[in-house]
Write a protein of this length. Structure first.
Length: 134
């Protein structure tokens, strides 16, 4: 019979896969702090991932925010659907942080970043078209 910690571990791992993230304790420790979590060791995160422990509520909320799911879903595993980040789409935490940093930039710098993204998108599309033409 699965323990509460085992079930949580399964939900956490599934949410990480769905977000396109690795199960690296070092990465999770670093990201957890950026999403409002309390400092923890890599060993603590490893315990969460391996069904030996569960995070405290503050870190449960930070993990849920990072993974764009409701804290209750992560902790208890209900049937509710994953909420969409920003209400529109699901994104991995690294992209979410980049977008949040972008939104804090002054208007002139946001315009420059948008121009760069447009140019990179054009180059990517051109490269894909060239590969199809071979």
């Amino acid at each position: 019979m699965k323990t509460e910690q085992d079930a949580f571990s399964d939900r956490l791992r599934a949410a990480l896969r769905q977000a396109g993230m690795s199960e690296s304790p070092a990465e999770l420790v670093r990201l957890l702090a950026r999403f409002g979590g309390e400092p923890v060791s890599q060993q603590a995160v490893s315990g969460w991932l391996n069904g030996r422990a569960m995070p405290r509520q503050g870190n449960m909320r930070a993990l849920a925010k990072m993974l764009s799911i409701e804290p209750q879903q992560l902790q208890f595993g209900d049937d509710k659907r994953v909420r969409e980040a920003r209400g529109e789409w699901r994104m991995n935490p690294h992209d979410q942080l980049a977008i949040e940093a972008f939104l804090k930039l002054p208007a002139s710098q946001r315009k420059l970043v948008r121009s760069l993204i447009d140019e990179l998108g054009k180059q990517h599309a051109t490269g894909k078209a060239a590969k199809r033409g071979r």
